[in-house]
Design a protein around this ligand. Structure first.
Ligand code: SF4
Ligand code: SF4
Length: 346
């Protein structure tokens, strides 16, 4: 469905029994080569501890083709999606599916191994980066300190590789988790992204679905988001609109629209109303009718709950802000135009 029509459908009609997602988030695998101490799914379990069930490439491709009939936009994530043993074959198939946007999130470590498959398929390549300090990075990756920064150097080398790729038709994003122990590091990470013209995104550390207790109301946490808001006003590439960043800073409750997304597990499972709450409502390889999956979820688990203050993540909060403050789209267009005009004068 055309995104504008889809927006009107969601905004005005709020079809209770229908499901027309804007975007799909597909977890290729929950497996990961890192052990970040803040890694957490909606129940608080680190992704790498979830059962390691994955589909072979042929089944993943079948699943992606089904997803393609529902959505124009896809986020491929994990765990670490590059750990899927047939990752490159899957990316080659993704190219043929002609999604409008393909976003790949990665910890960056194995990007060099799969670079040509990645470069040919994605429109946004999102690297996680939480510090530029080698020893602290080791800790954030959950690795032993005898590594002495080799992991960070490899990731930075892969970011260089992506940046220098000649026929680049994707945008690089740097994505950081804002936790109680790395806020000071993030100013440097932001500067690293800004100097290279990458988009910088920052989400608060969640424990399960709730913001880490060491963040709420803390001056350094609020100051970092205030800094990002100021950078955004200057026209720099900070991900998210002004209300989005303000809600993140204040860790404010927002109205969630989980049916704007189609979140799919490595084996094709779909949850109601969202992966975080985790009620299994169907499997896309068995039932392709999303309206039926939603109706099944509602029948089994009741109406969508009015959640408390939680899930300040890019997807959940991002869509909420779009629906609550649609005019912010024009604000983003204005910031982009201003950046363009500044460049002309540089
Ligand atoms: S890189 Fe991501 S998936 Fe892997 S341990 Fe860290 S937070 Fe978890
Ligand atoms: S806020 Fe949204 S994403 Fe989070 S648990 Fe509630 S419905 Fe799910």
């Amino acid at each position: 469905m055309n995104p504008l029509v889809n927006f009107v459908v969601h905004k005005l009609l709020n079809p209770r029994k229908k499901w027309y997602p804007f975007i799909s988030v597909f977890y290729l695998t929950y497996e990961c080569n890192f052990r970040c101490p803040f890694c957490s799914d909606g129940s608080g379990t680190p992704y790498y501890r979830l059962p390691e069930k994955i589909l072979p490439a042929s089944e993943v491709i079948k699943l992606l083709k089904i997803i393609r009939t529902k959505c124009d936009y896809i986020v491929l994530t994990g765990g670490e999606p590059l750990r899927h043993p047939e990752f490159s074959s899957i990316m080659e198939a993704v190219v043929q599916m002609k999604f409008r946007e393909v976003v790949l999130t990665t910890n960056g470590y194995d990007v060099d191994k799969h670079f040509s498959a990645i470069a040919g398929a994605v429109t946004s390549l999102v690297f996680s980066l939480n510090s530029l300090d080698p020893e602290r990075s080791d800790r954030f990756f959950g690795l032993k300190s005898h590594d002495k920064g080799a992991t960070l150097r490899k990731i930075l080398g892969n970011i260089d590789l992506a940046e220098k790729h000649s026929n680049k038709n994707f945008q690089i994003h740097i994505s950081s988790v804002v936790g109680p122990s790395n806020i000071e590091d993030l100013y440097k990470v932001y500067e690293f992204a800004r100097k290279r013209d990458f988009i910088f995104a920052a989400c608060p550390q969640l424990v399960g679905v709730k913001p880490h207790s060491g963040l709420s109301g803390k001056d350094d946490f609020r100051a970092f988001y205030t800094f990002l808001l100021e950078e955004k006003q200057k026209g720099n590439k900070v991900y998210g609109t002004t209300p989005y960043l303000e809600y993140m800073r204040d860790l404010r409750k927002f109205r969630c629209y989980p049916f704007t997304m189609l979140v799919v597990s490595p084996t094709g499972d779909v949850y109601y109303p969202c992966l975080e709450i985790g009620h299994l409502a169907g499997n896309l390889l068995k039932t392709q009718n999303l309206h039926k999956i939603r109706q099944n979820g509602e029948r089994l688990f009741g109406p969508q709950p009015d959640c408390d203050n939680r899930c300040q993540s890019a997807c959940a909060l991002g869509f909420s802000m779009l629906f609550q403050h649609p005019s912010v789209i024009f604000e983003d267009i204005w910031f982009t135009a201003r950046r363009f005009l500044h460049r002309l004068h540089d």
